[in-house]
Design a protein around this ligand. Structure first.
Ligand SMILES: *[C@@H]1O[C@H](CO)[C@@H](O)[C@H](O)[C@H]1NC(C)=O
Length: 339
């Protein structure tokens, strides 16, 4: 940031359901203030993204970021995170990170101390340990009880298809079914679970127009081990380009990552589309293939205009996100109607 009077925007994206709105907004105020003060005290936009996401990891936000949430099929919590510098186009990301709490911090180290972009799994944990991050159990009483409850209800819901035993009725281990059942998949697409897909995504635009973005999540609850969603994938979970702007996405990552929604939004803005329309065009493109997907995108350009769009499905008709700009001078909740 060049001066305290420069335009500094922090735009945060989070899927918020009405019943937990107040709780989430309270978490996000802390996240925003952390990022904002980082910028005000001379930190870079990347520092602001890292500290903001780290705050969410420490607070566990609503259980969908950081340790102790979204246990996978074996009850373990694993983390995905990414950070991107829109000046240099450098990306650092970790996926399926085990036993390390500060995923966004490890992602930043990937930029700072390696020539790689994405480290995964057990090996990413070894890298994190070599960078001085403590190795800790990410399971808590909360994640254990989510896992046990799921076991008691015959492992429902889960992410398997075309297997025996029938995954819609019983737990695994599963084997391939001889006959592929496409109807099963179509029906499962309609059973969207909007509670499973929260992520924190963040766009920070400094007074000099430098854009940085980041994401952090513990992924989809009850995911199959090894599953990586959109959050740590550049162009999917978030994208930054200081010549244009930034975007971040949240929702059903397994579907959204196939469309690189954040990259696509930035490309629309590059060709002159305003941020709101850019976000809407991205959602419309996915709708054509997957009408029932659950997701939202937020877009901001380098002069600080921003907008968002979401796909309207039963139970999710509005999308709430939070913005902190010098114009508003405090964390401010924004709402858009889904399309
Ligand atoms: C950002 O979007 C606003 C609204 O469409 C537009 O007026 C402004 O020129 C855009 N800024 C840039 C740098 O494209």
């Amino acid at each position: 940031m060049e001066s305290a009077t420069g335009v500094v925007f922090c735009v945060f994206v989070f899927i918020i359901l009405n019943e937990i709105l107040v709780i989430i907004l309270t978490y996000l105020v802390f996240v925003l203030l952390t990022a904002w003060y980082t910028l005000q005290s001379g930190g870079s936009e990347l520092d602001a993204v890292e500290r903001g996401c780290a705050q969410c990891e420490i607070d566990q936000c609503d259980g969908s970021v950081g340790f102790g949430g979204s246990p996978d099929e074996h009850g373990e919590t694993t983390l995905d995170a990414m950070i991107m510098d829109g000046d240099t186009m450098e990306v650092g990301a970790v996926a399926d990170l085990r036993r390390i709490k500060n995923a966004i911090g490890v992602a930043r180290k990937v930029i700072q101390h390696t020539k790689h972009t994405l480290l995964v799994g057990e090996s990413a944990s070894l890298f994190a340990e070599s960078m001085g991050f403590p190795c800790e159990d990410l399971t808590t009483q909360n994640s254990l009880s989510i896992y046990l409850k799921w076991l008691y209800q015959s492992c429902q819901p889960n992410y398997w298809k075309n297997v025996i035993p029938d995954a819609s009725k019983s737990c695994g281990p599963y084997k391939q079914a001889k006959q592929l059942n496409s109807e099963e998949w179509i029906n499962s697409q309609k059973r969207i679970n909007i509670h499973n897909h929260d992520t924190i995504g963040m766009i920070v635009i400094g007074g000099s127009g430098h854009v940085a973005v980041g994401t952090s999540t513990n992924g989809a609850v009850h995911k199959i081990q090894g599953r990586v969603g959109d959050s740590p994938i550049a162009g999917a979970g978030a994208y930054a380009d200081s010549t244009t702007g930034g975007a971040a996405a949240t929702g059903d990552g397994d579907i959204m990552m196939r469309f690189l929604p954040s990259y696509q939004a930035v490309e629309y803005m590059r060709t002159g589309t305003d941020p709101t329309t850019a976000c809407q065009k991205v959602i419309s493109r996915i709708q054509k293939y997957v009408p029932y997907f659950f997701g939202a995108v937020i877009c901001a350009n380098t002069t600080g205009s921003y907008g968002a769009a979401c796909n309207k499905v039963p139970g999710f008709t509005q999308f709430h996100f939070m913005v902190y700009s010098p114009l508003l001078n405090q964390p401010f909740e924004q709402v858009v109607d889904c399309i």
